[in-house]
Design a protein around this ligand. Sequence first.
Ligand SMILES: [Zn+2]
Length: 427
Amino acid sequence: MTQRKKGSLDVLVPRGLVGSGEAVLSASAKEDGLCALRISWESGQISGLEAIKKEDASSLKLLLPRLLEPHAHIDKAFSWNDFPNFKGSYEDALKANLQEHKNRTSQIVFGRADRSLTIAVKNGCRAIRSHIDSFGYFADPIWEALLELRKKWHALIELQLVALAPLEYWNTREGDLLASRLGREGGLLGGVLAPPFNRELSSDLLAQMLKLANQYNCGIDLHIDESDTEPAVGLNQLVQVLDHNEVNVSITCSHASSMGLLSPVDLRRLSERLAHHHVNVIALPLTNFWLLGRQSKTTPLLRPLAPISQLQKAGVRVAIGGDNVQDSWFPAGTFDPLALMSFSMPLTQLAPWQRRGLAPFTTSAAAVMDLKWDGIVRIGSPADFVLLEASSWSEALSKPPQRKVLINGNWLDETIIPKTNPIEHLN
Ligand SMILES: [Zn+2]
């Protein structure tokens, strides 16, 4: 890989993503939160940051740290055509998913995952966390294939893998073996906790899962309370288990949708308990709005979604993810965090020119994913950017903009990524 020694760009950068520094303090941010900067890099790292006069900033393009996808399912992406779900319900999605299991092979899953990463890298992602259906006869060969895939792509994108299995699975010998493997390979334990609940059993199973995660030092990322009934029962069970079990791994709750249906008092109490236990939340507005609150021939008015702002206020780290892409759970999606930001705006009323609106896609997502780089642009941080063909947030979010991707100081050549080994094709 040839490393360009030096480079520099005059760009607009969200002020909240710029580390403090004398030169940057003099940069005035406009109401849209963007400030004009000259960013220089050398040997793959930022070597200089300099404020640019406001009057010179009108033609500058928007630059972001490379993007993140904290919650995906690359093992089933693009399977909609073969396993569609025209009714659009959660139950029918699950049925189609189980049908798909009967046909999956490691080659098929490798192909879907490889395609997912190709698109994600072109869109400017630097890390993606994907849940992988990990039970049954296909689990082992698929893990082999995906670990191979992770190696293939590691210079361009960090792939985090979560083993998605029924909670009961983590109480079996196979589950123990898989957890020990995840510990060695840097994977996470996953599972689903949603209605109908068997409260006593699921508390025991959660405790067992936490024990396993501690033993093998694996993080946990649960699909929890992805429902429009029995508000936050799963989350309440989790915090009760956490009250009685010491945990030294990171815990993330994906969805937490029905929590949004709690009364304000209960919601605040639970948010505080989640913050107390350092539990992260990943909100997934697209699949929640598509699957939940469905009633035949009725426009839904009940919109279960993680209460993002209330959680942030209580001190919980919240990221926003895309979830499914073109499978039985969601027919659309593109592995494009900018498109997700745009679609999420009317659903969450979060705007990227506000710190708490941008963080779920950038710094908070990096923290939830426990990434080495927090995504703050400062001297010494990686020259890892997405340069958008847009001069304002409005332009960037009106349609997914053209973009150029800079990885460790090298511009990505998109035309040759999908062939053979992408690492050799940076120029
Ligand atoms: Zn999911």
